[in-house]
Write a protein that binds this ligand. Sequence first.
Ligand code: HEM
Ligand code: HEM
Length: 166
Amino acid sequence: MPSSPVLSYSIPQRLIHWLMAGLILFNLLFAEAMEELSEAVEEGQTPAPDMIASANIHAYVGIAVLCLGAIRVILRLTHRAPEAPAEEPPLGRLAAKVAHLAFYALFFVMPLSGIGKYYFGNDTAGFLHGGPLKLLMWVLIVVHILAVLVHQFYWKTDVAMRMTRG
Ligand code: HEM
Ligand code: HEM
């Protein structure tokens, strides 16, 4: 028997979407302490305790993203996601699939590369973390927000609703 279509994201999915969006934006915008700490360690200086404390906040927020990302994968597989609206052209659907998949990949590789640098001193991981992965995250966020605006005002679909009021 075919399962009934899902019309909206479930409440746990919606809560995790907005919680993770907040945590990710926090880490994207507040990473100076981590950069300063990395520089201080490379220059052989002893980092100040407040610098270490701020850097740890970045680390724990990022680790929270990793854990929530794992829960989110399970929810996505069990609660599934609503179908793309009929108004959205096939290319838009494909772009959304690729972008969402890339977001899911970043929920893991972004924190893991940070862990590689912070706890294991791996410079390649540090380069990926603060370079291409950071850039990809920003690009995806901007495109994602633009896509939601196009849905809302051009195609006039209900996608904003299904991630908010349901
Ligand atoms: C979603 C999670 C995360 C995001 C969005 C994020 C974002 C960032 C950003 C924007 C920078 C500044 C890079 C630059 O402009 O040079 C940075 C640096 C850094 N982050 Fe994260 N981060 C995350 C998770 C983590 C985690 C979990 C750790 C470690 C436990 C971590 C460790 C570091 C370190 C060590 C640096 C300094 C890299 C360097 O300068 O060599 N990050 N992060
Ligand atoms: C760091 C920020 C963000 C990330 C990482 C993110 C990630 C995602 C992902 C992966 C999905 C696919 C659904 C899922 O599996 O949960 C999604 C859906 C959605 N997001 Fe975001 N998001 C972010 C910020 C935002 C913002 C600021 C808005 C508001 C404009 C927004 C609005 C939506 C909407 C309306 C959907 C539902 C799309 C649909 O029905 O297919 N997101 N988001």
